[in-house]
Design a protein around this ligand. Structure first.
Ligand SMILES: C[S@@+](CC[C@H](N)C(=O)[O-])C[C@H]1O[C@@H](n2cnc3c(N)ncnc32)[C@H](O)[C@@H]1O
Length: 236
């Protein structure tokens, strides 16, 4: 029988393989366009201070890490990702940014000392974690007392369009509801837990020719329903 750690390790290897392929196909950079508007709104809610130490969990090519670094100018921004090809691109793109660094690792085993970060942001990554409870325990461990967590996800049960991805993606994903996520964060020791909907205000095409939506009206409706932003604090 496999132990919990072996199951997580195998899941991470699969995620690494898949997202290395995404990076090689240029999909890491494309995600900046897709997630930019909702991420800007989440960052605005983070009330970032110049000295903040921020973890960007599942940072991909690091575009959000660099935006955080431009605000927390005297702080320390750390992007962590399980896909080394994503991180290679993140490092290349961040050559001129002093207060950002990237570390390879898994959300379920975060390579950081305890109580270090003042804030954690995770964009479109949390639903890939094989053991979301373990990831939340890890985030709570690395957050300083009073530190705040911001999880932004487009795939969740209350946005029916996003459930189309569940069977199409090549790696397993979790599709919890907003209510289930609130309970999960509370069960894993987060306080002041709240959920917000973040509509995607980026311009939509008049014609849609991709594979996820039947037509442009469906895409607009998906964006209107918006992403789910989960917020929680580590107790002081
Ligand atoms: C859809 S991409 C989003 C990347 C980036 N946050 C963005 O918005 O462009 C998901 C990212 O999460 C990373 N990821 C998935 N599971 C992970 C895990 N268990 N630990 C760390 N990173 C993970 C993937 O490697 C990938 O880079």
């Amino acid at each position: 029988m496999e132990t919990k750690d072996q199951v997580i390790h195998q899941a991470d290897q699969k995620l690494q393989q898949e997202f290395n392929q995404w990076a090689q196909a240029g999909r890491g950079d494309e995600m900046e366009d897709h997630h930019s508007d909702i991420t800007e709104q989440a960052i605005a809610l983070m009330n970032l201070q110049p000295s903040d130490r921020v973890l960007d969990l599942g940072c991909g090519t690091g575009w959000a890490s660099r935006r955080l670094a431009r605000i927390a100018t005297g702080g320390d921004i750390v992007g962590i990702d399980v896909a080394d090809e994503m991180l290679r691109r993140a490092e290349q793109a961040s050559a001129g940014t002093k207060n950002v660094r990237y570390i390879w690792g898994s959300a379920e085993n975060i390579p950081s000392q305890d109580n270090f970060f003042t804030k954690v942001l995770s964009v479109e990554s949390f639903y890939y974690y094989a053991n979301q409870g373990k990831a939340l325990d890890e985030v709570r461990r690395v957050l300083a007392p009073g530190g705040r967590l911001f999880i932004l996800i487009n795939l969740y049960r209350d946005n029916p369009y996003s459930l189309r991805w569940v069977t199409e993606l090549k790696v397993p994903v979790q599709a919890l509801s907003e209510a289930e996520y609130i309970t999960l964060l509370q069960q894993h020791g987060f306080e002041q837990v709240e959920a917000r909907r973040i509509p995607d205000r980026s311009p939509s095409p008049e014609e849609y020719s991709g594979k996820w939506f039947k037509n442009a009206a469906e895409l607009k409706d998906f964006k209107r329903i918006g992403a789910l932003l989960l917020i929680g604090s580590k107790p002081v």
